[in-house]
Design a protein around this ligand. Structure first.
Ligand SMILES: [Zn+2]
Length: 167
């Protein structure tokens, strides 16, 4: 079991073992944000394992400005086509202008999504509404990216409770 550590400003900073997280709690350097169901017992105490803790001190790092790039768009979208949710390799993905360039759509975080080739071709020069391909979430400028920030997570093993903090 691992614990996600947030800084004072609730930004994910690192991942530690639950033992290290408990040490942070015991010395008063952090507070629990989320717990696992699993309980850890010592002769004198029983407590639930921390899933997420937040540090009490330390200035928040300034949110990084994440460079707009093809790779970073794929990272933001988890290498999934935003229209059909299929996961694909980088070589099989394209990036799609939500509002097509021919209609003045810009190449910015808020107008670009990851798309597989079939979806990209099916959507063509139309908006998602016109194409009948609604987007489950609006594209956004990320403040954090897996592998792009200070911490790396293997997406397959990310505890459910962490997801909203890492998104
Ligand atoms: Zn697709």
């Amino acid at each position: 079991m691992r614990t996600l550590v947030l800084d004072k400003g609730f930004l994910p900073t690192r991942i530690v073992s639950w033992q290290d997280a408990i040490s942070l709690l015991f010395v008063g350097k952090a507070d629990v944000v989320e717990e696992y169901d699993a309980v850890v017992r010592s002769p004198s105490v029983a407590m639930r394992m921390p899933s997420i803790v937040r540090l009490r001190r330390g200035a928040s790092k300034k949110p990084q400005r994440i460079k707009f790039s093809r790779l970073n768009v794929f990272l933001r979208d988890g290498f999934r086509c935003q229209y059909c949710n299929a996961e694909a390799r980088m070589s099989e993905l394209t990036y799609d202008h939500v509002l097509p360039r021919s209609r003045g759509g810009r190449t910015v975080w808020e107008n670009i999504v990851t798309a597989c080739r079939p979806c990209n071709a099916a959507k063509a020069d139309r908006t998602p509404t016109e194409a009948g391909m609604p987007l489950p979430r609006k594209p956004f400028r990320p403040t954090w990216l897996p592998g792009g920030g200070g911490i790396r997570v293997d997406d397959g093993s990310v505890p459910e409770a962490w997801r909203s903090w890492l998104a």
